[in-house]
Every structure is written in structure tokens, then in C-alpha cells.
Design a protein around this ligand. Structure first.
Ligand code: HEC
Length: 481
């Protein structure tokens, strides 16, 4: 059901100091920002065309000026970063993206068609707009906006399914997966963000138009109408929080410091922006200078970035809730991998095999690549060497054997005791600065202790173990930290 077996997934690239999850987050943030602006930009262009047809002075001039160009740039760059997303996801989470394509290919094809219409309509307007009559211009812009919005509509269903697959879980009904519990709040939220971005870019740009100040203020007033939807943003945000799984919500509300900070950043930046926009710009009609508009845009970018981090982070330890862990292992496979080993069938050699003096250390490196590298690096971001720096050897063994208890947003360890021990020896070897010789550890008593810890933690993720026993999350932190 979950695509190919683990062994068929090509080992991912190594992205240096960033962990794999961070790479996709980084590209995603830029892509989302540009793509959402391209959508809001369409709304704004349509609105200004309509204003121009009703005789509002300078509306057409603004429309045919830089703004059109900006929308073009953003949808071209948006398209390019969209392709970059595909390139990174197939390296970072081949199995996840494979599953998404398997389940939603027709919807994805539909999304692609909408996107194609968006590109053609946008480009036609850019190329021929100045020569067309008003009605055709309006028609083209409505088509562009509709297509852009629909491409958001389709992709939103597929992405929100990852966090809340909902009723799709029983029976794999495509529409149940698409209209999943977070579909509407997330669509609403993203649409309001799209409008906000367009209004802010317009505000920055209006300042550069060569017009007397009252004329600019009038344009600004029109553009700021697109800030109004921000009023309902908190509703969508809270709705989204309400439908997400309880454990994800718990990470965001204090369970994980990083996630809580990201949420606070997203909420704080949007609130500041919203209060200023609605009270200052819309209600009191204060003039937004170019510098202020750029500053507000930076705030909006921070909010978008933090929001995407929240969305990606809240799914942990899954890439698709209850179906696939971030490590590309399915929950149902863990018990078997505990028997046979997680890398026994891994046909792909290590790129830096020559670095490791013993077989055990090389095994450790394979296990880390398979089970940990989506979220950790050895020495860069979320570095395993540093996280375990203060731990004793047995403490390491227990905490890694009981990974889902150590931090509930990690998946259970999916290998036999010898793989745990290989990881421990690798970490200790790295902590000792990779000396040329290292003893192999094969004490049966040690392996038996590890087996006991593995059995005690079981093979279920922390969320399920808790649901069954009715306890609070065991986000036990290992000793020294
Ligand atoms: C789904 C993502 C994910 C995966 C997969 C994952 N981890 Fe983690 N791990 C995290 C996060 C997030 C933290 C929290 C880091 C922090 O507190 O700064 C963490 C923390 C840790 C810590 C420190 C725990 C503490 O209490 O201080 C260790 C040790 C660790 N991970 C080891 C591993 C090992 C070994 C693997 C692979 C067998 C692994 N992790 C797989 C996400 C993951």
C-alpha cells in the first residue's frame, strides 16, 4: 500500500550541514511565498482592471506598470522553484512523494492543467494586454486569477492530507483524502496570505509611481482593500490548530520549544501586520511609505517562513500521518525491521565508506542514513554528535533504543540491537574525532540489554502508545540535557 519496499528507495543526497528536512523547508518557503504572491497579484490586477473600467484615474497606469511585471516575475520564479521542489522531494523523501503521486495523480494532473492555464493567461496579458480592449483584458485577468487560485485549491488538498489524512486512512478514498480535515482552514489561510502579500507589494510599488501624493494615496486606498481579509486570518489559524492531531498540537503549544517559537513568530508577525493594516491603513487611511511597505513585506515573509516550518514540523515523526515516517519507513514495517535489520537489504554503498575503520562503524553510518538523516546530521544542523555529547554509553543505548520515548516526535528505532550498538559506536567514534582504529563492540550482555530496552519501548509511535494507555506525552529528555 505504501509504494515500494524501503530497499528500492535510492539513498538521498547529503546536503552538508543542513539536514534533509531543512533543505525542503528552505526551498518550500521561497516557493510558497512567490506562488502565493502570484495568486494575490492576480486578484489585485483584476480588481484594478475593474476600477480602470469604472473610470478610477491612474488605475490602468499602475496596472500596466511594474505591477504586471512583478506578477510575471513571481509566477515565473514560482514555477521554477516549483520544479526545484520536485527535485528536492525526490531526493529527500522519494517514498513520500511516490505515495502522494500514487494516490493523487489525477488531482495533480488537474492542478498542473490549472497551472498551465495560469501561465498562458498571465503571459498573454503581459504580451498583448496593452493592445486589447478593456473587456478582453478583464476576461484574461479573471481567467488568470481563477486558474491561479484553482492550482492552490488542488495542491492544498494534497499537502494538507499529509498532516491530516482523516477518513482516507480507512479505505484510501481519494476524495476523503483530498477534502481532509485541514483542507478548508488551510485553503482559507493561504488565500488570505495571498491577498495580503499582493496588497503589500502594491503599496511598496505605488510609492515609486511618478504621481502627486494625493493620487498615490487614492491608489493605495484601493490596494489596501486586499488587506481586509487579514481580519479572518486568526479564525483560519485557530481552525487549523483545532483540526490537527492532538500530539502535533501539543508540540506547537509548548511541547517542542522550536515549534512553539515558530508558531509564536508566525502568529506574532501576522497579528502585528494585521493590526497595522486594518487600523492604520484601511480604517484611518494613513499613508504607507515605500520603506514601511517593504518592512511589512519582510514581516510577512517571516510569518510565511515560520508558518511553513510549523506545517512541516507538526507532522513529525511522519511525512504522512500514521502512514509513513520521515525516515521513509512505514509504521507496520518496524517490527519486521527489528528482526531483519533496517539496512540489510540496502543495496547502496556509503559514499564515504573508506572513512570508517571497521564494519560496525560503516553499519552505523548506513543506519543513520536510513533512519536518522531526514532530521539529523552528524555535526551540522540538529547534530547527533552534539545532542549526545554529554551522555554516557549506556544512556545513549537506552535513549536511542527507545527513540520514540526519548522525544515523542521521533519514530521508534527500526532495527535489531546490533544496529543500535553500531549507531552508538559510530557516535562515540565521531565524538572521539574519528581515530584510525576503533574496537568493535559485540558483548552479548550489552546486546541483551539493548534488546530489553527495544522490547520495552515497543514498535508503536509515541502518539499511539499514549493513546492506548491514556498517558501524557513522554517527552523524556536524556540526562545531561
Ligand atoms: C522525524 C524526525 C527525526 C528522526 C527520524 C530522528 N530524530 Fe532524533 N530528534 C528529532 C528532533 C526534532 C529532536 C529534538 C532536537 C532538540 O531538542 O534540539 C531530536 C532529538 C534527538 C536526540 C536528543 C534527545 C534529547 O533528549 O536531548 C537524540 C540523541 C536523537 N534525536 C537521536 C536520533 C537518532 C539516533 C535517530 C535515528 C535512529 C533519530 N534521532 C531520528 C527528530 C528526529
Amino acid at each position: 500500500m505504501v509504494g515500494d519496499p524501503l530497499a528500492a528507495v535510492y539513498p538521498v543526497n547529503d546536503f552538508g550541514p543542513a539536514m534533509r528536512g531543512m533543505v525542503i523547508g528552505g526551498v518550500g518557503i521561497v516557493h510558497v511565498f512567490l506562488a502565493q504572491f502570484a495568486i494575490g497579484g492576480g486578484f489585485l490586477l483584476t480588481y484594478f482592471q475593474w476600477l480602470a473600467m469604472r473610470g478610477v484615474p491612474d488605475a490602468r497606469r499602475f496596472l500596466d506598470g511594474y505591477f504586471k511585471l512583478l506578477v510575471l516575475v513571481s509566477f515565473v520564479l514560482g514555477a521554477m522553484t516549483g520544479v526545484a521542489m520536485w527535485f528536492t522531494t525526490i531526493q529527500v523523501g522519494a517514498r513520500t512523494i511516490g505515495l502522494m503521486v500514487d494516490e493523487f495523480h489525477w488531482l495533480w494532473a488537474t492542478e498542473w492543467c490549472c497551472f498551465a492555464v495560469e501561465i498562458v493567461a498571465g503571459y498573454t496579458f503581459y504580451r498583448y494586454g496593452p493592445r486589447l480592449d478593456d473587456r478582453s483584458r478583464l476576461a484574461l485577468l479573471v481567467l488568470y486569477s481563477l486558474a491561479a487560485f484553482l492550482s492552490l485549491f488542488w495542491i492544498n488538498g494534497i499537502l494538507s492530507w499529509q498532516l491530516t489524512p482523516g477518513a482516507w486512512l480507512d479505505g484510501h478514498d481519494v476524495w476523503a483524502g483530498f477534502f481532509n480535515p485541514s483542507f478548508w482552514p488551510s485553503l482559507g489561510y493561504r488565500t488570505t496570505v495571498a491577498c495580503t502579500l499582493a496588497a503589500l507589494v502594491a503599496a511598496a510599488l505605488i510609492n515609486t509611481v511618478d504621481l502627486p501624493r494625493p493620487a498615490r494615496a487614492a491608489l493605495l486606498h484601493h490596494a489596501s482593500r486586499l488587506l481586509l481579509p487579514m481580519v479572518v486570518m486568526p479564525v483560519f489559524g485557530l481552525w487549523y490548530l483545532a483540526v490537527m492531531p492532538a500530539d502535533s498540537r501539543a508540540w506547537l503549544m509548548g511541547g517542542s520549544v522550536a515549534m512553539t517559537l515558530f508558531l509564536a513568530m508566525a502568529a506574532g508577525a501576522s497579528t502585528l501586520l494585521g493590526v497595522y493594516a486594518v487600523i492604520g491603513v484601511v480604517w484611518r487611511r494613513s499613508y504607507v511609505s515605500g520603506a514601511t511597505a517593504v518592512l511589512l513585506l519582510a514581516l510577512a515573509f517571516a510569518a510565511t517562513a515560520a508558518g511553513e516550518m510549523v506545517r512541516e514540523g507538526a507532522r513529525k515523526p511522519f511525512t504522512v500521518r500514521q502512514v509513513l515516517y520521515s525516515s521513509s519507513i512505514a509504521p507496520g514495517e518496524v517490527a519486521r525491521l527489528r528482526q531483519v535489520g533496517s539496512v540489510t537489504d540496502d543495496p547502496y554503498p556509503l559514499r564515504d565508506r573508506a572513512r570508517y575503520p571497521t564494519e560496525q562503524l560503516a553499519l552505523g553510518a548506513l543506519v543513520v542514513r536510513a533512519q536518522c538523516s531526514a532530521c539529523h546530521t552528524m555535526r551540522g544542523a540538529n547534530a547527533l554528535v552534539h545532542l549526545t555529547g554529554g551522555w554516557g554509553e549506556d544512556q545513549m543505548r537506552m535513549n536511542i533504543a527507545q527513540l520514540q520515548r526519548t522525544k515523542a516526535f521521533m519514530p521508534p528505532f527500526a532495527g535489531p540491537p546490533r544496529e543500535v550498538e553500531a549507531v552508538i559506536q559510530l557516535l562515540r567514534w565521531e565524538q572521539a574525532d574519528a581515530p584510525p582504529a576503533w574496537p568493535t563492540s559485540a558483548d552479548p550482555a550489552v546486546l541483551a540489554r539493548i534488546a530489553g530496552w527495544l522490547d520495552e519501548a515497543g514498535t508503536a509511535p509515541a502518539s499511539e502508545a499514549r493513546a492506548r494507555s491514556g498517558h501524557e506525552p513522554t517527552a523524556r529528555s536524556g540526562g545531561a540535557r
